[in-house]
Design a binder for this molecule. Structure first.
Ligand code: NDP
Ligand code: 2IT
Length: 449
């Protein structure tokens, strides 16, 4: 390994020794930069990697709230303002009990590369809380969001830092957060949050954007290898925002989605998943995927028993992990390859472990990496910001067309970077190299800040 890269990884491991997800994300990027770091010593001279593995600012705060029974609850809030190099800090908020500093930092780190790939003026950030929205009443979620924003508001702003949704944060939460921000600031700063409902400043197609974008990227990648989504069998982990709209676009492209999941297990419907039923369970009732059997008795449900999701044991042409980090392991990858998978596309952030990615690549499975393939969500957030600044709205078709163009360009950048580095077809390294070059150039241009 290049000695500069090796040194930075060692130092990062030492400084962040109890942050496994963060170290994993750093290693995954840095080890793939070898072809470009070897070519030019300006990166080492300007301490580019040292700066990239150190977030600009991290905010941690107490979030006190009172539950419906009158009991006081205390959660921890975070905002990792990772990089403002190419625009205001930008990235989602995650509410999930597994949230900790390591998870926040890995997501912030991924976000700076992803946002650079969009070609739009957005820096990188991530935030959230260990608050668990599952089983909470609307009033509890509202009180939590109001308390969270009562601290967060002083750190954000439409030219400073623009949060959005992620796991556990959707339209409902963004609405409560926006209401409290507006109340505290006594100003209608529409662009301070994205993922807003269209009834008060959101963008059409933002809800669909991440899932649709993933399928646009998959279409381009398959086209490059003389293939298409038409007629393919698809399995999609998760059944949240990203998974549902990935499934919708996959069907529109002529594929058949046969399985979806949640953290308890997965449903398998060989006739094709009834997406209206999944939307009703997840978007309206906030229920469990198992309830699918209530309207489709001929479908099957596999409960998750160990660490691995049963979904990866199902035979498929295309696998789209759209739930959470490290949900697809080497063991899962071996099953998928044995069952003849031809392509994998990451809708979630870092859903595939590093050894599983290597296994896919060495078995000639096409692999669409998260920071490129799921960039459609944040790209459409940037389009929402620009509509808010213009005080104007695009139609659904206009936004979808822009999203399609952005995803097509991102694929091309990943391909060109991989070709140039002599590793054609490795879009994982291609995405990292293309994004790194943009960030490094901006860092050098702005001096040592
Ligand atoms: P949602 O909260 O809408 O859905 C999350 C889904 O993933 C649910 O089905 C959930 O199941 C499942 N899930 C969450 N955590 C776990 C876990 N620890 N183990 C197993 N399953 C889990 O989130 P999104 O769809 O918005 O996000 C999904 C992924 O996509 C995340 O990695 C996120 O970072 C990424 N992403 C999201 C973007 C967006 O615009 N929303 C943009 C780019 C990436 P359950 O209900 O049982 O918890
Ligand atoms: O991981 C992500 O890119 C997101 N959760 C979306 C972030 C955003 O600002 O829209």
């Amino acid at each position: 390994m290049n000695s500069y890269i090796e040194r930075i990884i060692k130092e990062a491991e030492k400084k962040n020794n109890n942050q496994p997800e963060y170290i994993q994300a750093v290693k995954e990027v840095l080890t793939s930069l070898e072809p470009i770091i070897n070519l030019n010593n300006k990166y080492e001279k300007n301490a580019i990697l040292e700066r990239m593995v150190e977030p600009e600012r991290i905010i941690m705060f107490r979030v006190p709230w009172v539950d419906d029974s009158g009991k006081i609850q205390i959660n921890r809030g975070y905002r990792v303002q990772y990089s403002s190099l190419i625009g205001p800090y930008k990235g989602g908020l995650r509410f999930h009990p597994s949230v900790n500093l390591s998870v926040m930092k890995f997501l912030g780190f991924e976000q700076i590369f992803k946002n650079a790939l969009t070609g739009l003026p957005i820096g990188g950030a991530k935030g959230g809380s260990d608050f668990n929205p599952k089983g909470k009443s609307d009033n509890e979620v509202m009180r939590f969001c109001q308390s969270f924003m009562t601290e967060l508001y002083r750190h954000i702003g439409q030219d400073v830092d623009v949060p959005a949704g992620d796991i556990g944060v959707g339209g409902r939460e963004i609405g409560y957060l926006f209401g409290q921000y507006k109340r505290i600031k006594n100003a209608y700063e529409g662009g301070v949050l994205t993922g807003k409902s269209v009834c008060y400043g959101g963008s059409l197609a933002r809800t669909e954007a991440t899932g649709y974008g993933l399928l646009f990227y998959m279409r381009e990648m398959l086209k490059q290898h003389d293939n298409s989504m038409q007629g393919k069998i698809v399995t999609i982990s998760g059944s949240g925002n990203v998974a549902i709209y990935a499934a919708q676009k996959a069907f529109q492209m002529g594929a058949t989605v046969v399985a979806m999941s949640d953290s308890n297990g997965c449903i398998y419907d060989e006739n094709g998943i009834d997406l209206d039923c999944v939307k009703e369970i997840k978007e309206v009732k906030r229920g469990r995927i198992k309830e699918y059997l209530e309207c489709h008795q001929d479908a099957r449900y596999f409960e998750k028993t160990g660490n691995n999701s049963p979904i990866w044991g199902i035979k498929t042409d295309i696998a789209l992990p759209c739930a959470t980090q490290n949900e697809l392991t080497l063991e899962d990858a071996k099953q998928l390859v044995a069952n003849g998978v031809i392509a994998v596309g990451e809708g979630a952030n870092m859903p595939t472990t590093m050894d599983a990615i290597e296994y896919f690549l060495s078995n000639d499975v096409l692999f669409a990496p998260a920071k490129a393939a799921n960039a459609g969500g944040v790209a459409t957030s940037a389009i929402e910001m620009s509509q808010n600044s213009m005080r104007y709205y695009y139609t659904f078709e206009e936004v979808e067309k822009k999203l399609d163009t952005i995803m097509t360009n991102i694929f091309k950048e990943c391909k060109d970077a991989a070709d140039e580095a002599g590793i054609s077809g490795n879009y994982v390294a291609g995405a990292n190299i293309a994004a790194f070059k943009k960030l490094a150039e901006a860092m050098i241009a702005q001096g040592l800040v």
